[in-house]
Design a protein. Structure first.
Length: 319
């Protein structure tokens, strides 16, 4: 029988929490009084996470494992989960128990009221570094000032989506995925529940600074051309001011010949400054071109090395 609810859990090196996560999710989902499946997407963990889920699969038929051939990233893992999920309502939740599974029941209530997307807004974030909180806050504000899509601030990927939204999202094949933005972009009837984000149950964050920056760039470049526009404006401004300066230089050269020799500092200064800015703007353009290149290669988003928990091929065919 097809499950009514699918819970997607992306995991990357989560051996310290994953069995607790399973227990708590199971408890909550047993309470919801309907059929469900727990889809664990192993994003190339190098620890025992996958093995642990494999063992749970043996004794619990609700549990499924999608094992990636390597680490493809959090957002891609979520996407894969959506490809495999069969439920009428699909929930995405982090593996580290920062998103309390109990909130899922509230989401389901809202879904039954007729909402197609129920996202969870973080009122507070416990046990995260000041740096993370501040950068996250700034990022969400910056993003919303740059895009015309109304992406709710302070929400992660913890959310419930209806089958029809899931199907639409599956049709969006862009490679640099910023899932929470895509969910806003597709529209439908959306609402939210509020919660307090808890401390990580165990282990440490799998989002080091490098991944955070990449994530932020994906978010902005997927939903905004503003950086390109800003690049153009700065370009115009620089050309205009250089033009004015040129007048000044010519004026000096013609009327005050004796002053022109000590111009060395200003030439070097202007050169350094302008070259820096030009390189930076080239970088902005490069970010976009790199993404266009990624899209044009048209490689699959992820590679699955193994699936477990599916009784027959037919169940897998729906991908
Ligand atoms: N994750 C993943 N692939 C990655 C990085 C993270 O699947 O490359 C998963 C991770 O296991 C967790 C979720 O994404 O379930 C969120 O990661 P994390 O809790 O480390 O991020 P934070 O809460 O610190 O932002
Ligand atoms: Mg976390």
């Amino acid at each position: 029988m097809k499950a009514r609810y699918s819970v997607i859990v992306p995991m990357f090196n989560e051996e310290q929490v994953i069995s607790h996560t399973y227990e708590r999710l199971k408890k909550v989902m047993d309470e919801c009084g309907d059929t469900y499946e727990l889809v664990f997407v192993n994003d190339g963990s190098r620890d025992r996470s996958a093995q642990m889920i494999r063992e749970i699969c043996e004794r619990d038929e609700h549990v499924k494992l999608i094992d990636f051939s390597r680490n493809f990233g959090h957002q891609v893992a979520i996407t894969a989960g959506m490809d495999y999920a069969e439920g009428q309502a699909v929930v995405v939740i982090d593996a580290d128990l920062q998103d309390p599974p109990e909130v899922i029941l509230q989401m389901i209530e809202k879904w039954k009221e007729g909402y197609d997307v129920v996202y969870a807004k973080r009122l507070k974030r416990h046990g995260e570094t000041m740096f993370k909180k501040v950068t996250a806050k700034l990022f969400y504000r910056l993003l919303s000032s740059m895009t015309s899509v109304d992406i709710p601030t302070d929400t992660g990927d913890f959310r419930l989506i209806d089958r029809k939204v899931c199907d639409v999202l599956r049709g969006l094949k862009e490679k640099n995925r910023y899932v929470r933005g895509l969910v806003s972009w597709v529209g439908f009837k959306q609402t939210m529940v509020e919660y307090e984000r808890e401390e990580r149950f165990a282990g440490e964050t799998k989002y080091p600074l490098k991944k955070m920056i990449r994530f932020a760039l994906d978010g902005i470049t997927s939903f905004s051309h503003k950086p390109l526009k800003i690049a153009t404006y700065i370009g115009f401004f620089l050309s205009f001011s250089s033009f004015l300066y040129l007048f000044f230089v010519l004026f000096q050269r013609i009327f005050f010949t004796s002053w022109t020799v000590p111009g060395w500092a200003s030439i070097v200064g202007v050169n350094l400054l302008f070259n820096g800015i030009v390189l930076m703007l080239l970088g902005v353009i490069g970010e976009y071109i790199g993404r266009i290149y990624d899209e044009s290669k048209d490689r699959p988003l992820y590679i699955v090395s193994e699936t477990k928990g599916y009784q027959n091929e037919e169940q897998l065919d729906r991908r």
